[in-house]
Design a protein around this ligand. Structure first.
Ligand code: GLU
Length: 550
């Protein structure tokens, strides 16, 4: 192509290649150190699969003593969504997936290979596009959308592979005079790659996660630079992953079929391609069948789902570790106090290649364990933080009753094997503890009666009055329980379970029926944590008032 054409294609001054290469020098790495990146596009919500892949990349890099970085791939400006970038950055931060370089929460770049946002690297891509044009490896294409649609229809009609290749790559054959005339006429254009691949030849792709795969070579003349001057994903991928020194590209397997093209681009640019690994998307069971966790149909595909519902970050991250390496669970059992990020991941045993199954039951059970191990103060802080965003009224209540709520949370906490394991996400707490607050204690007389079957109203009243009279918060648990036993026995209930089991006919019921009367009157529920502790935390006045209020 003549210098005149090249000047018309690239009218603005561009940095020269040598200065770009000097600004982004190869990284100095020790043998074995790996450089990985997560390169999301801010086009919508953050998929949980994106966090899963980011965690894998982070582990591959950091476990090797290498570098993990974040790059924002925003060259598709039409699909860009306001706020999506913040969600990406916050997600990584929340889950402790630490990027050594990238963009921080304030949108500021950090690290030596800045900028890490592709739209700010326009001139770099253009400089390399210019180089390819000069070398005859790229050319301007003036086909309109309409031309491309017509071409596609012809290909469809003849049952041919769609795309801009071979004889369908019309602009590949334009003469310099024709190009010049089009440019002078102000015709819009894109820059395309001049592929030398042959679709009938095959190449072997070595995938880190999927093994060796045979694929046809790429013969598509893909767009390198769009009409708006920004690159298409493929071109930006090759340039950035070269300049930023990525050694291992681990990404979703929707990109697997692009690997022949990507390798071809690296070769055309004169660079060594990174190693590739493609992971299958997270799946879920739907009526017994596995299917991809879908953005459209599954609310849990969106990471914000877990924020809204208040899943502890530690629970989700442990769950993702568990999905990546099934042996994580055993390790955690033997190392209960270690951080998940200390887990020595076995990359040859990644269980994700077939598509890991996202399963709430497992997440919930991990979450219960995680919450059970937290101190009451830590639960309080985490719930408060959640409530400030998602339930401001509850946050006010928490702030106004800090000590009271912490003592509620402390019931049956950190008492070894018998510690409570009923809380798994913060959104459940407002309801779980509502009965501790008089304004939220709204159980009606009728509701209480249905929770105390087979005991007459008179007897309910008698039991509660008697207990109210002798209730002494200074009693230890045995003394407290003995009072309940005495009341039970004096009204024809068995005080001992053994006696009751031997001869149930001889009794109205047993001591637990009597305890249930007290439980229901005090809490409005027939299942609660330890009632002795509940009464202590609630305070004598409130307990007595509720017992007398029937
Ligand atoms: N921006 C691409 C995406 O969001 C990145 C793919 C890659 O990791 O190379 O899917």
């Amino acid at each position: 192509m003549t210098p005149e054409i090249i000047n018309l294609l690239f009218p603005n001054p561009l940095p020269d290649i040598a200065s770009i290469e000097a600004k982004y020098p190869p990284r100095s790495l020790q043998p074995g150190q790996k450089v990985t990146r997560v390169a999301p596009s801010p086009t919508g919500f953050m998929h949980i699969g994106g966090i899963y892949a980011a965690l894998l990349c982070e582990r591959v890099a950091h476990q090797s003593g290498g570098i993990f970085y974040l790059r924002i791939e925003d060259t598709d400006q039409k699909r860009k969504v306001e706020g999506a970038e913040e969600v990406i950055i916050n997600s990584l931060g929340r889950y402790g997936i630490h990027a050594d370089e990238g963009v921080d929460q304030n949108g500021k770049d950090y690290g030596p290979y800045q900028p890490y946002t592709q739209s700010q690297r326009k001139e770099i891509y253009q400089a390399y596009a210019k180089k390819l044009v000069e070398e005859g490896l790229a050319y301007p294409c003036f086909c309109s959308q309409e031309d491309l649609d017509i071409m596609r229809k012809i290909q469809e009609k003849q049952s041919l592979r769609p795309g801009y290749y071979g004889k369908y790559a019309k602009c590949r054959k334009l003469t310099d005079d024709e190009i010049l005339a089009n440019l002078k006429a102000g015709k819009p254009y894109v820059l395309r790659f001049k592929s030398n691949g042959d679709y009938n030849k095959r190449m072997i792709i070595k995938d880190l996660l999927k093994g060796d795969i045979s694929m046809p070579e790429n013969d598509l003349d893909v767009v390198l630079i769009k009409g708006d001057g920004l690159p298409m994903y493929h071109f930006a991928h090759a340039i950035d992953d070269h300049l930023m020194g990525t050694t291992h590209v681990i990404r979703g397997d929707e990109w697997l079929s692009s690997v022949p093209l990507h390798i071809q681009l690296f070769v055309a640019l004169g660079w060594k391609a990174p190693k590739y690994g493609h992971c299958a998307p997270l799946q879920k069971l739907d009526n017994g069948n596995r299917r991809k966790l879908s953005k459209r149909h599954d609310p849990e595909a969106n990471i914000v789902f877990f924020w809204e519902h208040g899943y502890p970050e530690k629970a989700l991250i442990e769950y993702l570790f568990n999905l990546l390496n099934a042996s994580f669970e055993d390790w955690k059992r033997t190392n209960p106090d270690k951080d998940a990020f200390d887990f020595p991941m076995n990359f040859s045993k990644l269980s994700n290649t077939a598509g890991a199954l996202f399963d709430f039951q497992k997440l919930n059970s991990i979450s219960k364990e995680v919450v059970a191990k937290m101190s009451a103060e830590d639960v309080f802080s985490a719930v408060l933080k959640w409530a400030e965003t998602y339930q401001p009224n509850f946050a006010d209540r928490l702030r106004d009753n800090r000590e009271y709520v912490i003592s509620i949370l402390d019931i049956e906490r950190n008492i070894g094997k018998k510690s409570r394991k009923d809380l798994l996400k913060w959104e459940d707490l407002p309801n779980d503890i509502s009965y501790f607050f008089d304004d939220l204690f709204t159980t009606t007389r009728e509701e209480k009666k249905t929770l105390i079957p087979n005991i007459s109203e008179d007897l309910i009243r008698t039991i509660s009055q008697e207990f109210s009279r002798i209730y002494n918060p200074a009693d230890d648990k045995d003394a407290w329980f003995n009072h309940i036993k005495e009341i039970a026995e004096s009204h024809g209930f068995a005080g001992e379970m053994k006696a009751y089991r031997e001869n149930p006919e001889a009794f109205k019921g047993n001591v637990s029926d009597v305890a249930n009367v007290l439980r229901v009157l005090v809490t409005g529920r027939d299942k609660t944590p330890d009632l002795y502790m509940i009464m202590k935390v609630m305070g004598t006045e409130r307990v007595k008032k509720r017992l007398q209020d029937f």
